[in-house]
Ligand binder design. Structure first.
Ligand code: SAM
Length: 184
């Protein structure tokens, strides 16, 4: 457990289901859909997040924030202008996160489990909204254990069409497992 996380644990409640960190393997696919030279806000991330690292290495300007730094996504917004909001949000707050994303009215890409589409409340939520899906052809693991469901990108204002299927080289398990640096 990182120092940031243990400090944060002392000051607020903790839901283990929200602490799954994204491997770089899942970040690369979204890069080609972003306009070169743009600024990306990663609102659930620290400097060690693979989103922050991959986007920075790819030449984007990156703003990152996280609850561990006292920046609550539901209240905080960067002072500087930004073009995209991209991350993997806390799973337990998915609908609240989506509500705020549409209110912020900026192009976004968020990694979420495809099974959420099975919920009536989620279907109702998307009835009057635009949504694009970048769907990986594998169930990529966050922690090296086999994943039982597919997590992919839910986007608005980013993809050229409603559904894009994307080939990903492996599912991040076994010998292929590379953990996110945020977990170190
Ligand atoms: C699924 S994890 C993903 C972390 C990182 N985005 C990644 O993909 O590696 C979601 C993170 O959001 C943090 N978080 C939970 N509630 C938050 C809030 N209200 N504002 C900002 N971050 C929050 C959690 O502590 C957790 O570390």
């Amino acid at each position: 457990m990182s120092k940031h996380m243990s400090n944060w644990l002392k000051i607020t409640s903790f839901d283990k289901r929200d602490e799954y960190y994204t491997p770089a393997l899942m970040v690369y696919p979204i890069v080609k859909y972003l306009k070169p030279g743009s600024t990306i806000w990663c609102p659930f991330d620290t400097e060690r997040s693979e989103f922050v690292k991959v986007f920075t290495e790819s030449g984007f300007r990156v703003i990152y924030s996280h609850l561990w730094q006292g920046q609550d996504f539901f209240e905080y917004e960067p002072a500087e202008p930004f073009d995209y909001i991209i991350s993997n949000p806390p799973f337990t707050m998915k609908l609240d996160v989506l509500r705020r994303l549409y209110t912020l009215n900026k192009p976004f890409a968020m990694i979420l489990g495809l099974p959420i589409l099975n919920y009536q409340i989620v279907g109702k939520f998307f009835l009057d909204k635009k949504l694009e899906l970048l769907i990986f052809d594998k169930k990529v693991s966050f922690d090296g254990n086999t994943s039982s469901f597919n997590c992919s990108y839910f986007c608005n204002g980013i993809l050229p069409k409603s559904i894009v299927f994307y080939h990903i080289p492996n599912n991040n398990t076994g010998d292929n497992f590379i953990p996110s640096g945020i977990a170190a």
